[in-house]
Design a protein around this ligand. Structure first.
Ligand SMILES: [Zn+2]
Length: 371
């Protein structure tokens, strides 16, 4: 095997450890419907540290066997295509939607891939025992030079989307799918809870692109709120949580109607009271979509929800089609990704990149490993 048959990979060898730079065989196309791409950028999410510790007694998710190549959101250039791949050629720029499904369970048969009992994020974690099998087929995350992916898991990137921006698509797509389920669009008001964070800022930009009439952004940090408001002073209103009654503010901003939709993007550690206050800000018939990881158990009055016809919806990740929508919105000039400040690290500094992401500097910072 010559030097060109190998590649560099930052791999995790022990639970809770750091990545180590290894030289391993470079992947080739094995299935006729797969592609091999040269990875150019991989997003780094703060929760990755928790997943890397999730082995042995601490296991609550299905993670790849060690040594493992992590890296959830990656993008690159197609280098090799399987003989049954149509519509993609060497040199195409693509984002890999890492969501993999088994293809054979009840949900998969219904076409609901994200609800697959073995739904698995390539380069991250999976939701069922069947995820182990998926990792055997797709063991590559974004922290290596070459990776395999199924052709139908790829989003084609127009020239207007940089690889660094594409490494943000996990957050972007999660926000977009939530906004769609919430019915956001022209004539609608949406309240974004956690609106200055990584998911929240994506939701702000996409809600603008989707034509939302008014975007009510709720967070705590005044400086970050002011920065978000400056993106679109005509449509964005901000509220610092704790500075008064969220419900009263939301009703005032909507002329007494209440908001059409809430997209809740607050993370673990937040109080359920924030989400309850959001629910009380909804008009009759409205929806709240949960895309954050608010883990505080919440007492909900189902009688009130029933009477007001309010829906609470959980939303995980996004489809390849939704990812393609985002790429095309950027190309059309309706979705602006220029707001992100990229903190770029070379592959061998993936540990430093993760430490940077764990500082959670807010939604404007995009920590990314570039090659
Ligand atoms: Zn399935």
């Amino acid at each position: 095997m010559g030097a060109n048959d190998n590649m560099r990979a930052m791999r995790l060898h022990e639970a809770g450890g750091n990545f180590r730079l290894d030289e391993i065989p470079r992947p080739r196309v094995e299935r006729s419907t797969d592609v091999v791409l040269r990875v150019r950028a991989s997003g780094i999410v703060p929760n990755l540290r928790n997943v890397m510790s999730n082995y042995g007694d601490r296991a609550y998710l299905t993670v790849p066997d060690l040594p493992a190549i992590y890296g959830l959101d990656f993008a690159g250039i197609v280098k090799e295509v399987g003989r049954d791949v149509k519509g993609l050629v060497e040199g195409d720029r693509v984002y890999v939607n890492p969501g993999r499904s088994c293809g054979n369970c009840h949900a998969c048969r219904l076409g609901e891939r994200i609800s697959c009992e073995a739904f698995t994020f390539q380069g991250y974690f999976g939701f069922g025992p069947g995820s182990k099998e998926i990792y055997r087929s797709y063991p590559y995350g974004g922290l290596c030079e070459y990776a395999t992916a199924p052709a139908d898991g790829l989003v084609k990137l127009p020239a207007e989307v940089s690889f660094e921006q594409a490494a943000r698509f996990g957050y972007m797509g999660t926000a977009y799918s939530g906004l769609r389920k919430a019915g956001v669009g022209p004539g609608r008001t949406v309240l974004l809870s956690g609106g200055t964070g990584t998911l929240g800022l994506c939701a702000v930009q996409i809600a603008r692109a989707m034509g939302a009439t008014k975007i009510l952004c709720v967070a705590r940090n005044e400086a970050n709120l002011a920065r978000v408001r400056s993106l679109d002073p005509q449509r964005i209103r901000t509220f610092s949580y704790g500075s008064g009654s969220l419900r009263e503010w939301a009703y005032k901003e909507t002329g007494g109607l209440g908001v059409d939709a809430v997209v809740d993007a607050i993370g673990p550690g937040a109080s359920h009271q924030v989400t309850l206050d959001c629910i009380s800000s909804l008009r009759r018939g409205a929806r709240l979509v949960e895309i954050g990881a608010m883990s505080d158990p919440m007492p909900v009055n189902m009688h009130e929800l029933m009477c007001a016809q309010v829906s609470l919806i959980g939303s995980l990740w996004f489809t390849v089609a939704e990812g393609q929508d985002l790429a095309d919105m950027v190309a059309a000039g309706t979705l602006d990704l220029s707001v992100f400040e990229h903190h770029a690290y070379p592959l061998e500094e993936a540990n430093e990149a993760l430490a940077d992401a764990e500082r959670r500097a807010g939604g404007f910072v995009n920590v990314v490993v570039v090659q």
